[in-house]
Design a binder for this molecule. Structure first.
Ligand code: 4NP
Length: 149
């Protein structure tokens, strides 16, 4: 799960998909990173933590980190939050870029529309709840799509 700062959207996306995958006993490992490194080592935004907690998910121990080219190899799927993240991941990945495993997460909900998860950073708590709902719906579809064994 990749966003810009790795403190608002992607840590929430990581927590949501990890908890759904755990509940379904899928054995998945979900991680998150940001395309920018300016919040490296920081915990998620307090409103991301709050909204996660209200939904029974604890993301407080996450530490922000920057996406690396090696991540492209490490993970089976790379979900980005918006079109800018997509371009930035491509730039960071360089020769490791793998288009077939990279997608905007909302394309799971709205195939082919390339919609972005709005950045709640400059807004109010309501924005974080909206982001939670979108990510939760998208995660349900990811579980349905890849979770069958
Ligand atoms: P995120 O949100 O990409 O969802 O983590 C942001 C976090 C921090 C900044 C921008 C967006 N920032 O400019 O510091």
């Amino acid at each position: 799960m990749v966003c810009l700062g790795n403190i608002c959207r992607s840590p929430l996306a990581e927590g949501i998909l990890q908890s759904k995958a755990d509940a379904a006993n899928l054995g998945w490992t979900v991680h998150s990173a940001g395309t920018a490194g300016y919040h490296t080592g920081e915990p998620p935004h307090h409103l991301s933590q709050k909204v996660a907690k209200l939904n029974g998910i604890n993301i407080s121990s996450h530490e922000g980190r920057r996406f690396t080219a090696a991540d492209m190899d490490t993970y089976d799927l790379i979900y980005v939050m918006d079109a800018q993240n997509y371009q930035d991941v491509k730039k960071i990945a360089r020769d490791k870029w793998a288009e077939h495993k990279t997608n905007l997460i909302l394309n799971e909900l709205h195939p082919g529309e390339n919609r972005g998860v709005p950045d709640p950073w400059y807004g109010t708590e309501e924005g974080y709840h909206q982001v939670y709902d979108m990510l939760s719906k998208a995660s349900d579809l990811i579980i349905e799509k890849y979770g069958r064994r």
